[in-house]
Write a protein that binds this ligand. Sequence first.
Ligand SMILES: NC(=O)c1ccc[n+]([C@@H]2O[C@H](COP(=O)([O-])OP(=O)(O)OC[C@H]3O[C@@H](n4cnc5c(N)ncnc54)[C@H](O)[C@@H]3O)[C@@H](O)[C@H]2O)c1
Length: 308
Amino acid sequence: MKLDSSVSAVVTGGAGFVPSHLVDRLLADGLRVVALDNFVTGHARNIAHLENHPNFEFIEHDVSEPFDVAGPVDFVFHMASPASPIDYVQIPVETLKAGSYASHNALDLALKKKATYLVASTSEVYGDPRQNPQDERYWGNVNPVGPRSVYDEAKRFGEALTTAHAEAHGTDTCIVRLFNTYGPRMRGHDGRAVPTFVRQALAGEPLTVTGDGRQTRSLCYVDDTVAGILAAGNRAMIKPSEFTENVSGLMARLVPDYFDESEMAVFTGDAEVGIAFSKLAFDHLIFTGATSVVIAHIAIAMPALARG
Ligand SMILES: NC(=O)c1ccc[n+]([C@@H]2O[C@H](COP(=O)([O-])OP(=O)(O)OC[C@H]3O[C@@H](n4cnc5c(N)ncnc54)[C@H](O)[C@@H]3O)[C@@H](O)[C@H]2O)c1
């Protein structure tokens, strides 16, 4: 798909840590982006560099209250929610509203604009899991009145509402359960392990290890989390009529030595097959860290993923 300013994305919570990186990536990919935030845990400095960006608009708003944006919208990324335990225990009701009222408002916008809706859920939906690692077939071990319930239950409700919208209204939806993400723009005192270690190390202080130190965490660098979010949504980002240009452009960039005009022809065949292969190629690149994918012809002139 040719990504340009005719494709629009709304990002709730756009001044937050992960969402501001998502905004950067969407703008770099050429989209028009509208970000909404009430700065309850985010900060204007995270988007200050975008102040004069021609494709960027910021609206200060509490998305737990209804909202609208002007013009067409192709994607709604609902990212707004307090995410650090330090934050959500201080603002428990706001946290529950971000998963419920704000999810409802963002889904309503997606429905009205016929946009694809993608929500940032969390590994916390598994509660205090009895299975490690967790996969989507595991439903969790959750306490609705426990110390983290305001976050866990808000996110679980948000997932249920998303599923209901897809079934009741046919909204194109995608739920992404993020695990611990780290990177630039995290707040040193937000209570999470990585920024705490970094802050203490930079100050020459002892590193605080809670518990017996044998806990495990799944950690992901923020650029990779953003890439994963977009990979999850990429079946929507690549539209059948436009995927030829997108995939051939990607391949030309990634594998210039292997790419020639004749190979472009393979992408003009069946759209569904092309999308399936392109998704496989994207996922392969993103999740294996491979730097190349070779596309080869097969008998019916369809691309086949040969090796990475
Ligand atoms: N960072 C992680 O490791 C992680 C893990 C799992 C899930 N998530 C999810 O990813 C999203 C972003 O997390 P983050 O770590 O970047 O947190 P963050 O606090 O840095 O970002 C959240 C942003 O949402 C904004 N916000 C919250 N409630 C709002 C409201 N009612 N109206 C408008 N803006 C509002 C905040 O001001 C903030 O800018 C959250 O939905 C979170 O649950 C993050």
